[in-house]
Design a binder for this molecule. Structure first.
Ligand SMILES: [Zn+2]
Length: 255
C-alpha cells in the first residue's frame, strides 16, 4: 500500500536529544485512553509532560507530534541494554487502543498497515537493529504492559519489522520451571540471558518481583498465549533461541 499523508499535530512536550548514541530503538506503545481525541489532547498538553513522535489512529490516520530529531517524552524511566535514557535513543509511536484499563482490543488491520509503512520508513533512515524494535513493557517491565499481548509482533516480523522465533524452534525438555521465590544457579543463568537480550535485570540468583515482571514482559512480546511471569520450559527455550538469533545478527553486522 502507499503511504497516506502524515498529519501535523505539534506537541510542545519535547527537549533536545542527549548525545551518547545513535537513534537505534523503535519503541511501540498503545495510548491506553478511551479515544484518539483524548490521547492527542493529553500528548500535547504541556501540563501532562508526555508525547510521542507519532500517533496512529485505529483507521490508519497518522499524526506527527514531535519531529524525529527531537527527544519526545514517551518512555519514562526505562532501560534497554546499555541505554538508560531511552527517550534520547528512540523514536516512539503510539497506537490508539483503550488498553488493559479501558477495554483492550485487537489492533485493526488499517492501523497495522499504516504502522508498517511508517516503521519501514523509519527503519530505512536510522540504524535500528531488528532486536531493538521494542514494546514499552520491554523497557519498563515493572510499570508498563503496552502495547500488550494482542500486538501483532509475528505479523510485523514477517514484514521485516522486529524479530520472531523461527518456525523450527524447539522446546528443550530438560529446562526446569523457575518461578517466584526460587533461587540458585539456574535463576542466575536465566537472568543473565534476559540481560544479554537487553532486559533490565541482574544476575542476583533470586527470582524476585523484577525477574517475574521481566519474564512477563518477555512473554507478552514473544509468547503472548500465556503471560504469567513463570519461566517455563517454552519461555526459557524461546529466550535462548532469540539470544542466538541476536548474537548471529550482531556478528554479521560487525563484519
Ligand atoms: Zn507506553
Amino acid at each position: 500500500m502507499s503511504a497516506k499523508a502524515i498529519l501535523e499535530r505539534p506537541s510542545p512536550n519535547w527537549d533536545a536529544r542527549v548525545r551518547g548514541g545513535p537513534i537505534d530503538i523503535l519503541l511501540l506503545h498503545y495510548t491506553g485512553m478511551r479515544s484518539a481525541g483524548a490521547a492527542l489532547e493529553r500528548l500535547s498538553d504541556p501540563a501532562a509532560r508526555v508525547s510521542s513522535h507519532y500517533l496512529i489512529d485505529e483507521d490508519g490516520t497518522c499524526y506527527r507530534l514531535v519531529a524525529e530529531e527531537r527527544r519526545a517524552w514517551h518512555a519514562g524511566e526505562s532501560f534497554w541494554a546499555e541505554a538508560r535514557d531511552v527517550n534520547s535513543r528512540s523514536i516512539g509511536i503510539e497506537l490508539v487502543n483503550p488498553g488493559h484499563e479501558f477495554g483492550y482490543r485487537d489492533f485493526p488491520e488499517a492501523q497495522i498497515a499504516a504502522l508498517e509503512v511508517l516503521a519501514k520508513d523509519i527503519l530505512a533512515r536510522h540504524p535500528i537493529p531488528r532486536t531493538r524494535v521494542l514494546g514499552h513493557s520491554d523497557v519498563a517491565p515493572l510499570r508498563k504492559q503496552d502495547p500488550g499481548e494482542r500486538f501483532p509482533w509475528a505479523h510485523l516480523a514477517r514484514r521485516g519489522i522486529g524479530i520472531w522465533p523461527k518456525a523450527g524452534f524447539r522446546v528443550s525438555p530438560q529446562a526446569e520451571m523457575l518461578t517466584s521465590g526460587t533461587s540458585g544457579p539456574a535463576v542466575v543463568q536465566l537472568q543473565l540471558a534476559l540481560a544479554g537480550y537487553g532486559y533490565g535485570v541482574e544476575g542476583s540468583g533470586l527470582y524476585d518481583r523484577l525477574t517475574e515482571a521481566v519474564v512477563a514482559a518477555f512473554q507478552r512480546h514473544f509468547r503472548p498465549s500465556l503471560v504469567d511471569g513463570k519461566a517455563d520450559a517454552e519461555s526459557q527455550s524461546l529466550l535462548y533461541h532469540l539470544l542466538a538469533l541476536k548474537e548471529r545478527a550482531e556478528r554479521l553486522d560487525s563484519r
